[in-house]
Design a protein around this ligand. Structure first.
Ligand code: PMP
Length: 387
């Protein structure tokens, strides 16, 4: 052998326990952790098909849809974004992307790679879009697809989706929505709001490990996919074949790829916990935690980056870094002394904000109080003088 066994691998695996209060991943419940340690099953075993069917029902519930083409792609949230754009866009199609942070920027980059003509409608970082802004842009560009992010986790902005579907359909356009950071924390009604494609991640409110991206396409979007002039550019994302593996078309199941059985168990149990608690109650718990957190920030005289309370995403709050404070020191102190993760900004909000996530298993009053206490101590240790 030219390459010897690596020395590092002779050492025991080190995995510390941390409280994950950044924008994701979040900690999983003991029930989910137990589920992912169950025996591995084959990707074509009947027991796995049953678990996939349970998951499809759970995904339809959390998206509030009856779309037949509903499944989970084997990837993190980015995979959901790739799959939506790759399936809905053909070379030469026009994609209109609502950009008010990193996720819109990323979607624009992806849409271009699939050969779309990319146009954008832009809002300042920390702000949302009005229906009038959206309608102006849709009527001007006449896109095939409009992409909007419900929860812009880089800035902590919540985007209202209700009304956008009607605008899109009046102009013959499909509506695609990113709900990676928002789903479960705020209401999302795919069918009622006329959403044609939606995806999320598993590692936030759904309370499972990262690695699967629930996704759903409306019958209108499904028609577009099946009537494409050219095949979907990436076989791995191609819903016309992946849909058969997940039994979405009532045909026989066919092999597409080897799905990670452990990730399915985790997602199944995360969805089961949401179904047991009830979606409205899960939404309420996240909103109540966010309100408790805002009250704590006020007591500390820290300023949320998003000024209007109703435009804030309850799951991820961005907080202005006070003048004279090095955000890196604060984040490092919280981790070193309390094993609590608090994050800095991302993309356009980098160096300007802290980001705190209150999601899934971590959306409890106790965790809110913990993160406030740790944030205060870490800021004080970094020389912050609350005026
Ligand atoms: N969209 C949004 C709104 C997100 O918050 C994230 C992750 N923070 C993603 C997409 C990408 O997800 P992932 O990191 O799981 O690929």
């Amino acid at each position: 052998m030219d390459v010897p066994p690596p020395q590092e691998l002779t050492q025991p695996l080190q995995v510390p326990s941390k409280t994950l209060m950044g924008p994701g991943p979040s900690n999983c419940s003991p029930r989910v952790m137990e589920a992912i340690s169950r025996p591995i099953l084959g990707h074509m075993h009947p027991e796995i098909f049953k678990i996939m069917d349970d998951i499809k029902a759970g995904i339809r519930y959390v998206f509030q849809t009856s779309n037949p083409l509903t499944l989970a792609v084997s990837a993190s949230g980015h995979g959901g974004m790739e799959a939506v754009l790759c399936n809905l866009l053909e070379p030469g199609d026009t994609a209109l992307i609502a950009v008010n942070g990193i996720w819109g920027e990323r979607a624009a980059s992806m849409a271009g790679r699939y050969g779309a003509k990319v146009t954008t409608v832009e809002a300042e970082v920390g702000h949302d879009f009005t229906l009038a802004q959206i309608e102006n842009a849709v009527s001007k560009h006449r896109p095939h697809v409009l992409f909007v992010t419900q929860g812009e986790s880089s800035s902590g902005v919540y985007q209202n989706i209700e009304g956008i579907g009607d605008i899109c359909h009046r102009y013959g356009c499909l509506l695609a929505v990113d709900t990676v950071a928002s789903l479960g924390g705020v209401p999302f009604l795919a069918d009622r709001w006329g959403v044609d494609a939606v995806y999320t991640g598993t590692q936030k409110v759904l309370g499972a490990p990262a690695g699967l991206a629930p996704i759903s396409f409306s019958p209108r979007a499904q028609r577009k996919i099946f009537e494409r002039k050219s095949p979907v550019k990436v076989l791995y994302w191609d819903m016309t074949v992946l849909g058969d593996y997940w039994d979405c078309f009532g045909r026989s199941r066919v092999y597409h790829h080897t799905i990670a059985s452990q990730l399915l168990y985790g997602l199944r149990e995360g969805l089961a916990q949401i179904a047991e608690e009830g979606l409205e109650s899960v939404n309420r718990r996240h909103q109540e935690c966010a309100q408790r957190f805002y009250r704590g920030l006020e007591r500390l005289r820290l300023q949320p980056f998003v000024t209007d309370t109703y435009k804030r995403l309850p799951t991820v709050t961005s907080i202005k870094v006070p003048d004279g404070v090095d955000w890196r020191e604060v984040v490092a102190y919280a981790m070193k002394n309390y094993s609590v993760e608090i994050s800095g900004g991302l993309g356009p909000s980098a160096n300007k904000v802290f980001r705190v996530g209150l999601m899934g298993y971590n959306a409890t009053p106790e965790k809110v109080d913990l993160v406030l206490e740790v944030l205060e101590k870490a800021l004080k240790a970094s020389g912050w003088n609350r005026s």
